[in-house]
Design a protein around this ligand. Structure first.
Ligand code: 1HN
Length: 353
């Protein structure tokens, strides 16, 4: 049997001897670390995830065409996936997160199921559809932030008169990484309503809580809908009081009122206001972040790429890419990332400037 020549011996070319050595170990599911070490341990994040931008006006016709191509019920979820240009075919917008735009037309339902993936919805267009989470419905309005905590029954319906489109953000690649996925369908298309609309918000959403609060969704927030009217009012009040942060303007995160923690354990969600004419300092962090424009026009520079944005557009800033924001008129941006997961594991870093 061939073997690696002893040091100093004259023999076969060492490079080809090594290749032959690798081929022999390969048959036993072994591989030499020294050939790949440089690609495994990087001096700084170097992701195949690229900056990305989706102009809503340009992609809306595809979303509406999907409405003619298939029903919500047949599709189960009628969604166009926003695939990162560097991760095509992988159904993800960053390496850890999924993003899609979901359409539900008047009179339609999307059947009830549950899974271990957590989901968020950010309402992009239209009002009057609902999402139901474990027996309670919440009506959607543009800018509302809604969560579907892991393993909760959820279905959607549109009893209204207009198409409703929202952004879905899920931690699908995180669950896939851990091979911790479970899912099941409910026994009926529409789960029964067991609580009045607004009862979760009344119990936990007004700086009041029951004397013996139970966390109905475990680590996730007991409030599953954060109305835009409230978020917007908060941002407007903040903007009247004090200077904006040089990188973020006025930026807040959606929290679990029982713990003060992010609304979900894996996905963090944020809303920020940039005053008219604001030009941010560059900012980078290890949590690749997906943005949806709620209000205003502006520009985002991500490393060497620049995108002009309008309301309803989406863009993604990959990990450790310096991003600068410029507001034409006053802007409100929603965003989400895997920051809570990184923080929980002690991995998150940021850098200003
Ligand atoms: C899902 O359950 C929804 O409930 C949306 O609306 C998108 C993408 C992959 C897997 C499950 C929803 C999804 C999803």
């Amino acid at each position: 049997m061939a073997s690696v020549p002893k040091p100093g011996s004259t023999g076969p070319d060492p490079a080809s001897a090594r290749q032959e050595f690798y081929r022999r170990m390969d048959r036993d599911n072994l591989a030499p670390l020294w050939e790949v070490l440089h690609a495994l341990v990087l001096p700084q994040p170097q992701s195949p995830c690229k900056p990305g931008y989706w102009n809503y006006k340009a992609i809306r016709p595809y979303i509406m065409e999907a409405g003619r191509a298939i029903s919500a019920k047949e599709a189960v979820r009628r969604v166009l996936i926003l695939e990162n240009p560097g991760l095509r075919g992988q159904s993800c917008i960053t390496r850890s997160l999924y993003c899609g735009l979901q359409l539900i037309l008047p009179g339609e339902i999307a059947p009830s199921h549950r899974h271990t993936q957590s989901a968020l919805r950010f309402i992009v267009e239209g009002a009057g559809a609902y999402t139901a989470v474990n027996g309670e419905r919440t009506t959607m309005h543009p800018g509302d932030f809604i969560i579907t905590p892991a393993w909760t029954w959820h279905d959607h319906g549109n009893p209204g008169t207009e198409p409703v489109v929202w952004m879905d953000g899920l931690d699908i690649p995180i669950l896939a990484l851990f091979d911790a996925q479970f899912a099941e369908n409910y026994t009926a298309d529409v789960q029964p309503v067991t609580r009045n609309e607004g009862s979760s918000f009344a119990s936990y959403g007004n700086n009041l809580a029951p004397l013996d609060p139970v966390a109905p969704f475990g680590k996730a927030s007991p409030i599953f809908s954060y109305p835009y009217a409230r978020s917007r009012e908060t941002l407007a009040a903040l903007a009247k009081n004090g200077a904006p942060d040089p990188c973020h303007g006025w930026k807040m995160q959606f929290i679990n009122p029982l713990s003060g923690a992010p609304a979900m354990p894996t996905i963090g969600a944020f809303i920020q206001l940039l005053p008219k004419g604001f030009r941010s300092s560059p900012y980078r962090s290890t949590d690749s972040t997906v943005y949806s424009v709620a209000e205003g026009t502006g520009k985002v520079k991500i490393a060497n790429e620049e995108f002009a944005f309008q309301p309803r557009d989406t863009f993604v800033v990959p990990s450790w890419h310096a991003a600068s924001l410029e507001a034409g008129d006053e802007c409100v941006l929603f965003s989400y990332s895997d920051r809570p997961a990184q923080l929980a594991l002690g991995l998150w870093r940021e850098h200003r400037g």
